[in-house]
Write a protein that binds this ligand. Structure first.
Ligand code: PRP
Length: 180
């Protein structure tokens, strides 16, 4: 199905769907009889977010935030820039930040600090992927889909130069594409 720019499929559609259902069930249990504000961090989390939201069985509000730490490059600059803030206040709410990947940890550390200052009732992190070997700052997700090795992954929301986000599976990019 894929061209030579894709080295291999890392996480299949079925494996993703199974794990998303599990995460949704876990969140539903943890927030039984409560309301949750599910925050999508654009753009990488958008596909995971849409699936996860539909796997959660509690009262749910959706909001969107966009920050960027990478610019046009492929590794973090350590600086995070706010591009689009949440549309609604989160004070007193149960907030779950949804991400596609925790890499250096810089983006989520920044986001967590930023949103904690707004005094939510609770604040949790849910990330589809986690690359613990790449951490620059100490950071742990509360709900994590898959721990992965240090490979360049695309698809299911993750991009290479803004492309390939629409691929239905998490794939490993061929090193020749990015010069790795
Ligand atoms: C990616 C990804 C995370 C962040 C993770 O975002 O979506 O937000 O990097 O990396 P970190 O743990 O090293 O901070 P990016 O800034 O590339 O924007 P995108 O979501 O639009 O792809």
């Amino acid at each position: 199905m894929y061209g030579k720019e894709i080295k291999k499929v890392l996480i299949s559609k079925d494996a993703i769907a199974k794990r998303v259902a599990e995460l949704g069930a876990e969140i539903s249990r943890d927030f039984k009889d409560e309301s949750v504000t599910l925050v999508c961090t654009l753009r990488g989390a958008c596909v995971f977010y849409a699936d996860l939201a539909r796997a959660i069985d509690t009262d749910l509000e959706m909001d969107f935030i966009s920050v960027s730490s990478y610019g046009a490059g492929t590794s973090t600059t350590g600086e995070v820039k706010m591009i689009k803030d949440l549309s609604s206040p989160i004070q007193g709410k149960n907030v779950i930040i949804v991400e596609d990947i925790i890499d250096s940890g810089v983006t989520l550390s920044y986001l967590k600090k930023l949103l904690e200052a707004r005094e939510p009732k609770s604040l949790k992190i849910c990330s589809l992927l986690d690359k613990p070997s790449r951490r620059k700052v100490d950071f742990k997700g509360d709900y994590v889909g898959f721990e992965i090795e240090n490979e360049y992954v695309v698809g299911y929301g993750l991009d290479y130069n803004q492309k390939m986000r629409h691929l239905p599976e998490v794939c490993v990019l061929s090193p020749e594409v990015y010069g790795g």
